[in-house]
Design a protein around this ligand. Structure first.
Ligand code: UDX
Length: 465
């Protein structure tokens, strides 16, 4: 099938590359000629495991091309995907200008029946706005082409996007039940048929429900994280171990184990933005989403929980202290620093007149840029960026871990002990066993597992007969 993708950002690029991998003939369009030149020369502008290989393979096979030529791109696809950004406006609502510009671009050049599929994360009702714009453009041109607008939100996780696309749990498709809508449905059924061989994964629904589903999923996941984080903070106070609690509740299939890991807060491009956008949509309807407002509030506080532990440990005097910080990206396998906890925490440490040596396996360059924007030049001076993980420990008063990169999971503890000034770790991702850490002489701060450190309660480990 011939497919056009408008927008070669994160979602567009992954979608285009993976649809080509399935054997489709894909043309990706972008207004950014520098990016298109890079892609045509085999340079992939984002870090996403496996993506470069898929792009290279399909470019060589001639199934994946990149262009800035709108008429060529619109003429190419039986299906036109819109996959452009919807950054948050100042009031938290999704800014639709790029989506609407993409729709206008398609409308200005389409001459036959066209299926416009929205993959960007957009508020309920956006398909209607896209439809209006396309109708207006066609009227201006005096063209009477049939078209339909479909919603097909993505559920890709950064760092696992290729895998998520090629092995989806579900594919949500919202389309109308009129003749053009049903025609689109059958085209999309064909496009996604490879995923339905053993199990029906496509879920057809109406357009508004599909648009809503994306926000509902992210809002639910964000709420789950804030819920467990709040319980983790309580667990620390009452001497329970949140990891044992997670297992205790996760065994109930109505609850489940996943996405219930306590940590130093969620970040990234999706959860914070989508939670706010959904609250904004509710506000437009004169409604408040109280649970979501709390989820967001708890998350902002959660980003400071480690700082509070650090400050308390050092008797409220951090001036002149030096910290090693491992993990800067908002999560592993990405260089994305958007809404990362590291930004809030490092800023707070510097404000308290401490200094930091920071390390991340992938996000160091991105962190340099982001932190330079966040901080005034004097504070920025207090950061040492290091490509050598273990060198950050030299002379540090403690180690702070903010992202659960695999390479942090089994470090050389003996070397750490020999290098750090104090045997103190503040772990925002609960990477190590608190009981063993205590036995080995570490003062090990966690999120919801501090009981072992204090030698009380459930954190002493499972009961042995
Ligand atoms: C998310 C959704 O998972 C994805 O379906 C959607 O399309 C986009 O938003 P992403 O932002 O890439 O994906 O990251 P995700 O892996 O979901 O993690 C988000 C944040 O939650 C991270 O900061 C992570 O550290 C945190 N998190 C996740 C927790 O703190 N605990 C958990 O149990 C899971």
């Amino acid at each position: 099938m011939k497919v056009t993708i408008v927008g070669t950002g994160y979602v567009g690029l992954v979608t285009g590359a993976c649809l080509a991998e399935l054997g489709n003939d894909v043309l990706c369009l972008d207004v950014d000629s520098v990016k298109i030149d890079q892609l045509n020369n085999g340079v992939v502008p984002i870090y996403e495991p496996g993506l470069s290989d898929v792009i290279e393979r399909n470019r060589e096979a001639g199934r994946l091309r990149f262009s800035t030529d709108i008429p060529e791109a619109v003429a190419h696809g039986d299906i036109q995907f819109i996959a452009v950004g919807t950054p948050p406006d100042e009031d938290g609502s999704a800014d639709l200008q790029y989506v609407l510009a993409a729709a206008r671009g398609i409308a200005r050049h389409m001459n036959t029946f066209t299926v416009i599929v929205n993959k960007s994360t957009v508020p309920v009702g956006t398909a209607d706005k896209v439809r209006d714009i396309v109708m207006r453009e066609l009227a201006v041109r005096g063209v009477e082409s049939q078209f339909t607008v479909v919603s097909n939100p993505e559920f890709l996780k950064e760092g696992a996007a290729v895998e998520d696309f090629l092995r989806p749990d579900r594919i949500v498709i919202g389309c109308d039940l009129d003749v053009p809508g049903l025609r689109a449905k059958s085209l999309l059924e064909q496009l996604y048929a490879p995923f339905n061989r053993n199990h029906q994964r496509t879920l057809f629904m109406d357009v508004r429900s599909a648009e809503f589903t994306k926000y509902a999923a992210n809002a639910m996941l964000a709420t789950r994280i804030s819920f467990i984080n709040e319980l983790a903070n309580l667990a620390d106070r009452v001497g329970a171990d949140i990891e044992q609690v997670r297992q205790g509740i996760g065994s109930d299939p109505r609850i489940g184990y996943s996405f219930l890991y306590a940590g130093c807060g969620y970040g990234g491009s999706c959860f914070p933005k989508d939670v706010r956008a959904l609250m904004h949509t509710a506000g437009e309807q004169g409604m408040e989403l109280n649970i979501l407002a709390s989820a967001e509030f708890v998350n902002e506080q959660q980003k400071m929980v480690l700082f509070d532990k650090i400050r308390h440990h050092f008797d409220h005097s951090l001036e002149g202290k030096h910290f090693a910080v491992w993990g800067l990206a908002f999560k592993p396998n990405t260089d994305d620093m958007r809404q990362a906890t590291s930004r809030a925490l490092i800023a707070e440490l510097l404000r308290a007149r401490a200094t930091v040596s920071v390390y991340d396996p992938v996000a160091l360059d991105e962190a340099r840029r982001t932190l330079a924007d966040d901080l005034d030049p004097d504070s920025y001076e207090g950061i040492r960026f290091s490509r050598d993980r273990d060198a950050t420990l030299q002379g540090a008063d403690a180690l702070v871990i903010l992202t659960e990169w695999k390479e942090f999971k089994s470090p050389d503890f003996a070397h750490m002990k020999a290098t750090l000034k104090n045997t103190v770790v503040f772990d925002g991702r609960n990477l190590y066993d608190p009981v063993s850490m205590k036995k080995e002489g570490w003062t090990y701060y966690t999120i919801g597992r501090d009981a072992a450190k204090d030698g009380i309660g459930g954190g002493n480990g499972p009961f042995l007969p």
